[in-house]
Design a protein around this ligand. Structure first.
Ligand code: NAD
Length: 289
């Protein structure tokens, strides 16, 4: 298949690389030209702009920081036409970015006016999962809709969840990050407490990892936490974005979200203190002695 890919950052690059390595032809675009150079070496072609990309592919994947950027890429911005300017009726866009379910539905309606189908397909499993091609992909469409695209989506993730309804992918993604990011904040607090008690972080990871305090985040980040290495990964600013979206979802549904609200305050404080482009576990910088 000939696949378009827009947004080849920390997640997008390894996902796109796996699609190319699975034998698909790829045309790629990123606002930072240097972000596509390694993919070009792997055989992808860089498009000059978004309409040029949309003209040559019938299916495009997006991996962009937030909904404002996703909208600008799809609809265009003043002086910068978007994908729809080059798309044809019948084209398909899978948005792998984490955005609100409402923004997915709004944008899909705008795309549908031009005959283009946009489906939310956010991913989970961190950069290491993206490299390994083992992500969970949470898709706001039916099994039947997803089936023709499994050769591409299967190169990105081993767990494809067809959730049946537009926006449901982002609902599940935000529920996931609600748990994962709140849990990470608590883990950071526990590590900072261990620092003060003189317990090595590696020992905490060894013991909690085999006990009820273990988690996916602990397993993925234990070596980096022990080495105090907070290079991204997944930016503090993106964690703050996701928790903010999850809290908005909770508020609109009338659900209490007190623990997640406290956690989001810590991510916000880290961002305000200039730690926004550290890995989200860099929250520990705020807390460590
Ligand atoms: P990133 O900032 O590393 O990558 C985003 C890329 O989009 C960058 O290369 C940037 O240059 C490009 N970009 C920005 N504006 C653009 C525009 N107008 N046109 C074209 N390209 C543009 O972020 P990331 O960590 O790769 O995250 C991407 C998405 O995936 C986010 O929505 C994030 O929440 C989600 N996500 C990230 C992780 C993770 O571990 N990093 C995990 C799961 C989901």
């Amino acid at each position: 298949m000939h696949v378009g890919f827009v947004g080849t950052g920390n997640m997008g690059f390894p996902m796109a690389a796996n699609v190319v390595k699975a034998g698909h032809r790829m045309t790629v675009y990123d606002a930072r030209p240097e972000a596509t150079s390694e993919l070009e070496r792997l055989g992808a072609t860089r498009a000059a702009d978004l309409p040029s990309l949309a003209r040559v592919v019938r299916m495009t994947l997006l991996s962009l920081p937030n909904e404002r950027v996703v909208e600008a890429v799809v609809l265009g911005a003043p002086g910068a036409p978007g994908l729809l300017a080059g798309a044809q009726p019948g084209d398909l866009v899978f948005d792998l970015s984490t955005v609100s379910p409402d923004s997915t539905r709004r944008l899909a309606a705008r795309a549908a006016d031009r005959g283009v189908r946009l489906i939310d397909a956010p991913v989970s499993g961190s950069v290491s999962g993206a490299r390994a091609g083992t992500l969970a992909v949470m898709i706001g469409a039916s099994e039947q809709d997803v089936a023709p695209w499994k050769p591409v989506l299967g190169a990105i993730g081993t767990n494809l969840f067809a959730l049946g309804e537009l926006g449901r992918g982002n609902v599940l993604k935000l529920l996931n990050n609600y748990v994962a990011l709140t849990g990470q904040a608590v883990l950071c607090e526990a590590m900072a407490l261990a620092d003060r008690l003189g317990v090595p972080r590696a020992t905490v990871a060894d013991v909690l990892g085999k006990s009820s305090g273990g988690s996916f985040i602990l397993e993925r980040k234990r070596a980096a936490l022990a080495a105090r290495d907070y290079s991204p990964g997944f930016f503090v600013d993106l964690a703050l974005k996701d928790l903010t979206l999850a809290l908005a979802l909770a508020e609109s549904a009338g659900a209490r979200a007190e623990v997640a609200r406290q956690a989001s305050r810590l991510y916000a404080e880290a961002s305000q203190k200039g730690l926004g482009t550290l890995d989200s576990s860099g929250l520990l910088r705020l807390l460590e002695p």
